[in-house]
Design a protein around this ligand. Structure first.
Ligand code: ACO
Length: 313
C-alpha cells in the first residue's frame, strides 16, 4: 500500500507578541526585525501545556479527515519542548483525543521534525504495520528562548500543526530525501534546562545551501521538474532564507507560501501549520504536487514530495 495525507489541523495560541512589544524588552525595532527576518509578530502560549496545543491541532486534523480517533493506530508527536521526559507527548495526545487504539511515540528532530515524522509514517504504512497515522508537531519555543538575547528572541513562536495519513492505493507521499551532519550540531543548541544558543549566520548559510540541494535530489529521484511543483512548503524560519532558496531553484516566490510574518519560527510545527492554512483556504487541489522541506538543529535537512489527495478541504 501507499500513504496519503487525508486531513490537516493547526492551533495557534491567542497571545500576539508584536515586534513593538519586543522592542520594549530588548534593544531592537520593528524595521530591523521585518527587514532581516520577515517576522512581524509571533504567538505565545501564556498557560497550558505543549500537549494541549498538540491535542487541539490533532482534533482539528481528525475532524478534517473525517476519522474517528479510535481508528488511529499510531500517533507520532514531534516536539523539542516536551512537557515531560515521560510520558511522551503522543501518549498525552492519545488520552485527550481518545485515540485509544494507537501506539504512541515522540521524535526529536527540531525544525525537521515534521519531515522525519511524515517519512516514518510513510515507511510504517508501506510496510503494512499501520493503516491510519496521526502526526502532531507542537512547540513551545517561548519556553526555551532567552528573552534578553535580541539575536534569537525575535525569531521564535509557539504553535502546533497536525495531519492524518492513511494507507491508500493513491501514492500521496511519493519520495523522501533526508540528511544529517552531527559534526555541525554546535551551531544551534538548547541544552536541557537551558535556552537556545545559535550562530544565526552559520544556520543561514547552511540552510540556503542544503535546502535547494535536497529539493533538487528529491525532484531528480522522481524525474520531476521545479516547474511541476504547485507549492514549495518550507520550514518557516526567515523569509530571506525562503527567497534565497526560490532564487537558487530558479523560480519565483509565488510558489513559496509564507506565513512567518504572523507566527515566527514555530520549529517542527511550521510546515503543518502552513499546510493546514493552505488546505483550509482551498488553495490545494487533487493532483497538486507539493514539496515539503525542513532544516534545523542536528544539523539536519530533508524534503518530501507529495501528491495532494486530501478528501476534504
Ligand atoms: N535588533 C537589532 N539589531 C540586531 C538584532 C536585533 N534583534 N539582532 C542582532 N542585531 C545586530 C547585531 O548585534 C549586529 O550588530 P553589529 O553589526 O553592531 O555587531 C547586526 O545586527 C548584524 O547582526 P547579524 O547577526 O550579522 O544579523 P543577520 O543579518 O545575520 O541576521 C538573523 C540575524 C536574523 C538571526 C539571521 O542570521 C538568521 O535568520 N539566521 C538564520 C537563523 C535561523 O533561521 N534559525 C533557525 C533555523 S533552525 C530552527 O528553526 C531551529
Amino acid at each position: 500500500m501507499n500513504a496519503t495525507i487525508i486531513g490537516t489541523g493547526s492551533f495557534l495560541p491567542a497571545y500576539k507578541l508584536t515586534n513593538r512589544e519586543l522592542s520594549t524588552m530588548v534593544e531592537t525595532d520593528n524595521e530591523w526585525i521585518v527587514t532581516r527576518t520577515g517576522i512581524s509578530e509571533r504567538r505565545i502560549q501564556k498557560s497550558g501545556d505543549v500537549a494541549d496545543m498538540a491535542s487541539n491541532a490533532a482534533i482539528k486534523a481528525l475532524d478534517n479527515a473525517g476519522i474517528n480517533p479510535k481508528d488511529i493506530d499510531l500517533i507520532i508527536a514531534s516536539t523539542s519542548t516536551p512537557d515531560y521526559l515521560f510520558p511522551n507527548c503522543a501518549s498525552i495526545v492519545q488520552k485527550i483525543t481518545g485515540a485509544d487504539n494507537a501506539a504512541c511515540f515522540d521524535i526529536s528532530a527540531a525544525c525537521s521534525g515534521f519531515i522525519m515524522a511524515l517519512s516514518a509514517a510513510k515507511a510504517y504504512i508501506e510496510a503494512g504495520m499501520f493503516k491510519k497515522v496521526l502526526i502532531v508537531c507542537s512547540e513551545k519555543m517561548s519556553g526555551i528562548t532567552d528573552w534578553k538575547d535580541r539575536s534569537t528572541c525575535i525569531l521564535f513562536g509557539d504553535g502546533a500543526g497536525a495531519c492524518v495519513i492513511e494507507s491508500s492505493e493513491h501514492d500521496g507521499i511519493k519520495s523522501v530525501d533526508l540528511h544529517n551532519d552531527g559534526k555541525l550540531g554546535g551551531v544551534l543548541t538548547a541544552k536541557r534546562n537551558e535556552n537556545i544558543v545559535m550562530n544565526g549566520q552559520e544556520v543561514f548559510r547552511f540552510a540556503v545551501k542544503k535546502v535547494p540541494e535536497t529539493i533538487n535530489t528529491l525532484l531528480e529521484k522522481e524525474s520531476t521538474d521545479v516547474k511541476d511543483i504547485k507549492y514549495f512548503i518550507l520550514h518557516q524560519a526567515n523569509v530571506r532564507i525562503i527567497e534565497s532558496v526560490a532564487k537558487r531553484l530558479g523560480t519565483d516566490m509565488n510558489r513559496f507560501p509564507v506565513n512567518l510574518s504572523k507566527y515566527g519560527n514555530t520549529s517542527s510545527a511550521s510546515i503543518p501549520i502552513l499546510l493546514d492554512e493552505l488546505n483550509r483556504e482551498n488553495k490545494l487541489h487533487a493532483k497538486d504536487l507539493l514539496v515539503f522541506a525542513g532544516f534545523g538543529a542536528g544539523l539536519n535537512w530533508g524534503s518530501i514530495l507529495v501528491e495532494w489527495n486530501c478528501r476534504k478541504s
